[in-house]
Design a protein around this ligand. Structure first.
Ligand code: ZN
Length: 277
């Protein structure tokens, strides 16, 4: 029996708006409801950004706290992961919600071009975020948008700021960053496994690459897959996704095709070494 596969759901992100897809959860209540539906469909990890009332990106710890409380109440055991990235946020505020003690937080280890901005992750900011996560017992998910980010992660481990068995996520298909090509995933994985032989890993494909990258990851025995409206708002060229849970259902079907089971929240915690809340 092969090991269970974790479904991570990125419910909101910093970009998609109601005008793009009305199913994108924006308010705290919508986020909790959407997460609960995704949890019921098999997601065991939720990646959270919060928004202001005008749908712009927010760093408001009160909003993060309210979503976390709702998820903990309605989705027992689900891993709560806060984003420390996100466009349109003041760099100094990107760690503002870490004091709330989420299970995990995203950590991008270097800068990269995005479609219309530089996604800036100054070395001092990366150090600051990693240091705060370590102090708070928060497991980072290393977001890899470039090969150099794998090597930057190694340097963090050498300095004791992250574990030797980190959880790594490769992000493919962001315009101006890593191309969504199978050989690119192989190159990144090869490097990550060399530098971190005991890592766990997942991959995220952006936009129309979401199902494709999921297949490539599953074919390589990934520990997890990522889906959700943050990365992709469509089921097909013709149709918008109805909900985050619809995307999670597709992920669960893909996992089944690879003769694997969908990880429960408890199994996800064990696989990633996240203590039970
Ligand atoms: Zn995100």
């Amino acid at each position: 029996m092969s090991r269970p596969c974790i479904i991570a759901v990125a419910i909101t992100g910093s970009l998609p708006r109601k005008e793009d897809n009305p199913a994108v959860p924006i308010t705290v209540a919508e986020q909790i409801e959407s997460t609960h539906e995704a949890f019921e469909a098999g997601a065991s990890l939720v990646h959270i950004h919060v928004r202001n009332d005008d749908q712009s990106s927010s760093s408001d710890p009160l909003r993060f706290a309210a979503v976390q409380d709702g998820v903990r109440k309605h989705c027992p055991g689900m891993i709560v992961q806060f984003s420390t990235g996100g466009r349109g946020r003041d760099p100094a505020a990107r760690s503002s919600a870490l004091s709330l003690g989420p299970d995990m937080a995203s950590l991008t280890t270097g800068s990269v071009n995005f479609p219309s901005i530089v996604y800036e992750n100054h070395p001092a900011l990366v150090d600051d975020l990693a240091t705060k996560m370590k102090a708070g017992g928060i497991l980072p998910e290393l977001e890899i948008f470039d090969l150099s980010h794998v090597h930057a992660a190694r340097r963090l481990a050498d300095r004791g700021l992250i574990r030797e068995n980190p959880h790594i996520q490769f992000v493919l298909g962001v315009k101006n960053a890593l191309a969504a090509e199978e050989r690119v995933l192989d190159m990144l994985m090869g490097e990550a496994k060399l530098l971190f032989p005991c890592c766990t890993w997942s991959a995220a494909g952006i936009g129309r690459y979401q199902p494709l990258v999921m297949e490539w990851a599953l074919a390589r025995g990934s520990d997890g897959v990522r889906t959700g409206l943050e990365d992709n708002i469509r089921i097909s060229r013709e149709r918008l996704a109805r909900s985050n849970s619809e995307l999670v259902e597709l992920a669960a079907t893909a996992i089944g095709r690879h003769d694997r089971t969908v990880a429960s929240a408890q199994e996800a915690r064990e696989a990633l070494g996240v203590p039970t809340a």
